[in-house]
Design a protein around this ligand. Structure first.
Ligand SMILES: [Zn+2]
Length: 67
């Protein structure tokens, strides 16, 4: 079962599958476009921050992925 199960029968099957994939992607670590380390976590919808101590860049990305 995917994490989109809570939406029940709404939105349709395809939509929920796409959302589940995006949600997983938004929780995973992403590559920083500034220092190239895979250490970027999402702060909020569309806002990402590099957790690297020497970088710490805040990136305005897309809702579910950095770029
Ligand atoms: Zn960085």
């Amino acid at each position: 079962m995917s994490s989109a199960k809570r939406f029940g029968a709404r939105y349709g099957r395809k939509t929920r599958q796409v959302f589940a994939r995006h949600e997983m992607s938004s929780r995973a670590k992403h590559k920083c476009p500034v220092c190239n380390k895979v250490n970027v976590k999402r702060l909020a919808m569309g806002i990402w921050q590099c957790r690297s101590v020497s970088c710490g860049a805040k990136i305005a990305g897309r809702a579910y992925s950095v770029a």
